[in-house]
Design a protein around this ligand. Structure first.
Ligand code: ADP
Length: 399
């Protein structure tokens, strides 16, 4: 079955065509700068990357351009759109109403709409992506795969915030957790790769990308996760602050005469390693280069980022009364050896030893710890698209 995978961000859209029988990617790419100007990147398997600049006022135009590229007589991988049998969409938030993957119907759309408050950047884009596919490929099943699903197994002691119960009851303010597709995929693959027992194992997955989060996975189920009711909580990220003292909000709003919404934007878009590096960059390639050239702010950003990851690993080791394996994934986890080394330098007390030669590798699955390390540490590239494809096929076949 050929499945189109669609992952809409606020101003971007990543896509892949996957053949679910072979699990091979037949074409992939992304649309960038949606709502600004517009750029389509398209790459058929084994072929050259094509870049097309074209106006994309919304995600609808972006989807249309992707479909046109897929059926382009010269470089397209499909003869017609009829070949696409299902579409799988990554969706950020469905609130308390929609927490599991589902075939799209009116109820599902209403739940995503209702959760726009909780995912103001992603949910409207997700809805637009689904509507565009419904319009351009009528009659094809659309499946939503929720970023929050994996966090639904958290016990109450981990998901409840210590604020008045009425907010939980009225607004379902609780820890949801995000990057669920990635954490679920990577924890399962870790268990397989290291031959751990799925029903008796303790794994910590550090998904370190532009957005970064970490989960504690006990017996294949998520028991704690660093992101909260929104993806702002937890680790320091590219431009997001992660954890902070909530009193900071009122203090800065009062002194700077800005609204709470403006403050929220600052915490999401102008904070994180970008802020710590004095607005040098949110990209670890730039930060590492600047740090090596003696830029102290860039050095602080990398140090603070790694320190926060290490603190969470300590906390989650306590939460599970030990840890059998730690896995690094995401753009930074897979590539930035400097971050992995710094994080692990805090974990000697767990008997963890890093193999410095192995740490030079990137973008592949490998063991990062030495043979005598008491905890196995690995790097394992995430593959959210494949996980979404598997889930889409499961739901479509169950219909
Ligand atoms: P997201 O999916 O959240 O947008 P990714 O998981 O793709 O993010 O991670 C992107 C980040 O990974 C980049 O911003 C950069 O910081 C980091 N990254 C990617 N490649 C490298 C590399 N070779 N060395 C260091 N960091 C890298």
């Amino acid at each position: 079955m050929k499945v189109l995978i669609v992952n809409c961000g606020s101003s971007s859209l990543k896509y892949q065509i996957i053949n679910s029988d072979t699990e091979q990617v037949e074409a992939k790419g992304l649309c960038e700068r949606i709502g600004i100007d517009g750029r389509l990147v398209y790459q058929p398997a084994g072929g050259e990357k094509e870049i097309t600049e074209a106006a994309m006022p919304t995600h609808s135009e972006a989807i249309r351009m992707v479909l046109d590229a897929l059926v382009n007589p010269k470089t397209g991988v499909l003869k017609s759109l009829d070949e696409v049998e299902a579409i799988g969409h990554r969706v950020l938030h469905g609130g308390a109403r929609l927490t599991d993957s589902a075939l799209v119907n009116e109820d599902v759309m209403a739940a995503i709409e209702e959760a726009v408050d909780l995912g103001p950047l992603h949910n409207p884009a997700n809805l637009m992506g689904i509507r565009a596919c419904q319009k351009l490929m009528p009659g094809k099943p659309n499946v939503v795969v929720m970023d929050t699903s994996f966090g639904m197994t958290l016990p109450a002691k981990a998901y409840r915030y210590a604020i008045p119960t009425e907010y939980y009851e009225k607004y379902h303010i609780r820890r949801y957790g995000f990057h669920g597709t990635s954490h679920s995929f990577v924890s399962k693959e870790t268990i397989k790769y290291l031959h751990l027992d799925p029903d008796n194992s303790r794994v910590i997955v550090a998904h370190l990308g532009n957005g970064a989060s970490i989960t504690a996975v006990r017996n294949s189920k998520c028991v704690d996760t660093s992101m909260g009711v929104t993806p702002l909580e937890g680790l320091i990220m590219g431009t997001r602050s992660g954890d902070l003292d909530p009193a900071i909000l009122e203090y800065i709003c009062n002194h700077e005469h800005i609204t709470i919404s403006e403050m929220n934007t600052i915490l999401n878009k102008k904070s994180g390693v970008m802020a710590l590096s004095n607005n040098l960059s949110s990209d670890f390639r730039d930060l590492e280069e600047a740090m090596n050239n003696g830029n102290e702010a860039a050095g602080l950003a990398v140090e603070a980022f790694s320190y926060r990851v290490a603190k969470y690993i300590g906390a989650y080791t306590a939460a599970m009364n030990g840890v059998d394996a730690i896995t690094f994934t995401g753009g930074i986890g897979e590539n930035a050896g400097i971050v992995r080394e710094k994080v692990l330098s805090y974990l000697g007390y767990l008997g963890i030893r890093i193999d410095r030669e192995a740490n030079k590798k990137r973008g592949e699955t490998f063991v990062l710890s030495t043979d005598d390390s008491k905890v196995k540490v690995i790097v394992l590239p995430t593959n959210e698209e494949l996980a979404i494809c598997r889930e889409t096929v499961r739901l479509v076949k169950a219909e």
